[in-house]
Design a protein around this ligand. Structure first.
Ligand code: FES
Length: 79
């Protein structure tokens, strides 16, 4: 599973680095067999509704660390 967190200018301005930090922390706790990769990505063209994350090519907008973490953990469960 590939999880991308937009760290383009607008999303970063809306604190996407905190989302990245939170997801990396969740991964270290809950993804002990390394089923997921968490990485930064550039602008996804959805700045208006950012910050955005993309899990296996599905974009979710209006994220905050808690929402992103819930989505990530749900997706991880299904893997
Ligand atoms: S900066 Fe994140 S979607 Fe544009």
């Amino acid at each position: 599973m590939i999880v991308k967190v937009c760290t383009g200018k607008t999303c970063t301005g809306r604190f996407s680095p905190y989302i990245l930090k939170r997801l990396l922390a969740e991964k270290s706790k809950f993804d002990t067999i390394n089923k997921s990769t968490i990485e930064e990505c550039g602008c996804q063209g959805n700045c208006k509704t950012g910050p955005v994350i993309v899990i296996d090519n599905i974009l979710s907008d209006k994220m905050d660390p808690i929402k992103a973490s819930n989505l990530y953990l749900e997706a991880l469960k299904k893997k």
